[in-house]
Design a protein around this ligand. Structure first.
Ligand SMILES: C[S@@+](CC[C@H](N)C(=O)[O-])C[C@H]1O[C@@H](n2cnc3c(N)ncnc32)[C@H](O)[C@@H]1O
Length: 262
């Protein structure tokens, strides 16, 4: 079975995904190729998990499992609802799309599942969409990637900081900038090879024979580049309307957010 971008546009609205439908479609296609297990860091409402699960199903590799991990940070109730509602909606989505049997959900920090049997069995795909600490995730999971495994990283957009302005505060978001800096560092070290970028998502792979040995001093130098930064203002329309809009129509809010680039 082949699924289309249109299928993923519908799924994204239904589940409440944060990424562009083209990205979910590409995640699906990558997961189809994987003959080994799949790891996602940053489950949120589970839209990417559904795309990865459908890829695992349609790829025809019966043993491929999807491990997904969600930290459930401080503001998660505000974002995703009460813990009960959140879990019911998440598992409900997996059931609706027929992928529940393939998925193992873990709640907590990603680091806690390093020794999970699904990870230790070997990963054919790793999708990082959490808090931008890619060096931590590479340190923890790179060794489990089989040669040539797909490494997919979200928030590979601007190389400037983004400013979000609302009436009482300014938020400075450096995640995209840090992602660009760390991806560049990994490429230079020969541990990551770019295949393509879809919207703001980087699709790459572990080059054959590459091993990642974390070098704290070098990584510290990368973080030091954050001291000074150019910044761009996020779209005024989105910033001004987002809180109210989110209350009135969560699905329209999500759509607008995707259109305006977060
Ligand atoms: C941008 S959202 C993920 C979006 C999702 N993949 C989708 O398709 O819509 C990022 C999520 O990562 C989670 N997160 C942040 N740091 C994490 C960590 N260290 N381990 C696991 N999850 C984490 C956050 O709680 C948040 O829900």
């Amino acid at each position: 079975m082949q699924r289309t971008v249109e299928d993923f546009a519908k799924m994204r609205l239904d589940v409440g995904g944060m990424l562009d439908p083209k990205v979910y479609h590409e995640l699906y296609l990558s997961a189809r190729q994987s003959a080994h297990n799949i790891l996602e860091i940053g489950t949120a409402r589970g839209a990417a998990t559904v795309a990865l699960g459908l890829g695992a199903l349609d790829g025809g590799h019966e043993n491929v499992r999807v491990a997904t991990v969600e930290k459930l940070g401080e503001s998660y109730t505000e974002r995703y609802g009460t813990p009960e509602d959140y879990r019911a909606r998440l598992y409900g989505a997996f059931e609706r799309y027929g992928v529940a049997e393939r998925i193992d959900v873990h709640f907590g920090a990603a680091r806690a599942i390093v020794s999970d049997p699904v990870i230790e069995a070997g990963l054919g795909l790793m999708f990082l969409d959490a808090d931008g600490a890619l060096d931590r995730d590479f340190s923890d999971f790179y060794g489990a990637l089989v040669p040539g495994a797909a490494i997919i990283i979200d928030d590979y957009g601007t190389d400037r900081a983004t400013l979000y302005i609302n009436p009482t505060e300014i938020k400075i978001d450096q995640k995209h900038r840090l992602t660009k800096l760390l991806v560049h560092y990994f490429e230079e070290k020969g541990v990551l090879r770019k295949d393509q970028v879809v919207k703001e998502t980087y699709f790459g792979a572990r080059p054959d024979g590459a091993t990642f040995e974390p070098n704290a001093d070098e990584i510290f130098q990368v973080y030091r580049e954050l001291t000074f930064s150019d910044a761009k203002l996020s779209s005024a329309a989105y910033v001004n309307s987002s809180r109210l809009l989110k209350k009135i129509s969560p699905s329209f809010h999500l759509w607008l957010k995707t259109q305006l680039g977060k």
